[in-house]
Design a protein around this ligand. Structure first.
Ligand code: FAD
Ligand code: SF4
Length: 510
């Protein structure tokens, strides 16, 4: 009886692949599956589908070149809709002593594979994924029974135990973060010359994938002609080097700024390579540390970037596995407004929303502040249904895997699960005006709360505060917004409430 080693589409680690430490090519079998349901359970952007398939096919080519005995079930060439039925068939086909896999990145997938193995009477051996800088055991021990988890404490703990940007037990530069230097807006002059990010022209394997995606998923959102994501470890390393050299020095300063028709700015575009495990986060951090040590990158930029990788990315993964499956149903505000149709087309007069959603459909990419403070903020204050919003984020971003998308959407952006941030990330049009040029060409006025030209963000912001004011009074971090709310007359508050209710009824025409 052989063992069946299963490698999922986001487990494309470079050689030596960590699942295969005790793989015996003479007896064991290696299985990879292109399952159509993984592209349809969330109605995925074509580029997201293409990215996973291209990564998988390149990984399969590397396994074959190394002489590994691989069963690769390619889209359209096997009868199975989902991973579970393909795995069940593989277990039936050959006597199987055990199925061996790394931890999945999706609770739904892990559950279905477990059920499949249980039903087949075949043990499923799940091994920790060494890709991460905080194992799930370590995270659970750190989190303990705390009802509320805070990034800042987790991040400091990670810095200390990994000895990153530390000196004599203290943070390098004497402070844990440099937000005062980072996170600036461009001002009227705009970003100027932005270094162009390295993109990768599709090779023959990727071109076949692009054709397959058009053939099998023609009605899915997004387009493929802009596809240029790294799909091999070598490309991931080239993308890292390009970022560290050309964009990292200004990353921190501009990490929150937005500008129309500038999709990438100084961001790294490394989330896809990281999430597919084409590159290890420690490799990324070491490259940043080396550039800082060589004097090529200021400390605020290095720290601002490392916090995202060593802090946020590991933090949200721990939260996902600690809070699932309840996280998926979280909705502390009881929001239930359906997602407006323009999320899928970009056809809205609200310029910030149209720019962000159009760019998302073009590339499958928007940077963090676009996701958090434009679409996410809007969904929160307009009261959109959290599960529908989470499905949209999972569908449209090339880097979306459930473990990273769900906590970011349901915890951080929508505050539907309240244990992850100390207050909701809600803001009026004034924030978007300060951080971007979107408002300049918009038909709405960011400072107006009511009236025909009122900015929908501003109307919904005050309405959101007003609707949940009693809950927020318990939270000292909401004291200032509530003080401003209390300055509004009852008549103004009623006008806002009525305009917000009207707007909510006709969101599709925004
Ligand atoms: P950079 O701005 O260059 O950041 C560097 C790296 O830090 C990223 O590549 C990423 O690996 C990591 N990172 C930064 N912020 C976060 C974060 N909050 N959580 C986890 N990792 C982070 N990221 C995903 O990888 N997949 C998702 O599905 C996803 N969904 C999101 C949904 C919402 C509502 C929000 C607010 C954020 C989401 N993020 C997600 C986090 C973040 O927006 C993306 O990681 C980032 O925009 C990717 O672009 P980049 O590689 O250029 O990142
Ligand atoms: Fe967005 Fe309001 Fe500015 Fe228009 S005015 S771009 S809707 S924030």
């Amino acid at each position: 009886m052989s063992r069946l080693f299963l490698i999922l589409g986001d487990q494309l680690h470079p050689d030596p692949h960590p699942l295969l430490v005790d793989f015996d090519p003479a007896r064991d079998r290696l299985l990879m599956i292109e399952a159509p349901v993984e592209s349809t359970h969330a109605w995925s952007h074509k580029a997201r589908i293409a990215l996973f398939l291209a990564g998988m096919r390149h990984r399969a080519a590397a396994f074959r070149a190394a002489g590994q005995p691989l069963d690769y079930l390619q889209l359209g060439m096997h009868p199975h809709a989902d991973l579970a039925s393909a795995l069940a068939a593989a277990i039936r086909a050959t006597p199987t002593r055990a199925v061996v896999m790394l931890e999945a990145g999706d609770h739904r997938v892990q559950e279905s594979l477990q059920q499949t193995c249980d039903a087949a009477g075949c043990p499923l051996l799940i091994r920790p994924d060494p890709h991460f800088l905080c194992s799930l055991d370590d995270f659970m021990a750190w989190a303990g029974e705390k009802p509320n988890l805070r990034l800042e404490f987790f991040y400091r703990w990670q810095r200390k135990r990994h000895h990153i940007l530390m000196q004599d037990g203290q943070p390098l530069g004497g402070q844990w973060n440099f937000d005062a230097d980072n996170r600036q807006a461009f001002g009227r002059q705009g970003p100027g010359m932005v270094p162009e990010a390295l993109r990768f022209a599709p090779d023959a394997i990727t071109q076949n994938v692009l054709a397959d995606v058009e053939q099998h998923f023609p009605r899915h959102p997004g387009r493929l002609d802009r596809f240029g994501w790294p799909v091999t470890p070598a490309q991931a390393k080239a993308a890292l080097d390009d970022f560290v050299r050309h964009r990292l020095p200004a990353f921190g300063q501009w990490q929150d700024a937005m500008w129309e028709d500038e999709a990438f700015l100084w961001h790294s575009l490394l989330s896809t390579a990281l999430n597919l495990k084409l590159i290890h986060p420690r490799t990324v951090i070491d490259a940043v540390l080396a550039a800082h040590a060589a004097g090529r990158v200021p400390l605020p930029a290095a720290e601002g970037f490392i916090r995202q990788i060593l802090g946020w990315r590991e933090f949200v993964r721990g939260i996902y596995w600690r809070q699932m499956p309840h996280l998926a149903r979280a909705n502390q505000y009881g929001h239930d407004t359906p997602l407006p149709a323009w999320f899928w087309t970009g056809n809205t007069q609200a310029r910030c929303l149209s720019a962000t959603t159009r760019q998302t459909l073009e590339y499958g990419y928007a940077h963090h502040i676009q996701r958090l403070m434009v679409t996410g903020n809007f969904a929160l204050i307009a009261g959109l249904n959290p599960a529908q919003v989470a499905d949209w984020y999972l569908a449209v971003y090339v880097d979306a895997v459930d473990w990273v998308e769900a906590p970011n959407t349901l915890g951080m952006a929508l505050h539907a699960w309240p244990g992850m941030t100390s207050k909701p990330y809600c803001a009026s049009g004034a924030y978007i005006k300060r951080m971007s040029n979107y408002c300049q060409g918009c038909r709405y006025q960011p400072q107006q709360r009511t009236g025909p030209d009122a900015c929908p963000f501003t109307t919904f912001y005050w309405d959101f505060l007003s609707r949940h004011a009693e809950r927020f009074r318990q939270n000292p971090r909401m004291a200032m917004p509530l003080k401003n709310l209390d300055r509004l007359s009852p008549a103004e508050r009623e006008a806002i409430r009525s305009q917000a209710a009207q707007l909510r009824r006709q969101l599709d025409t925004l």
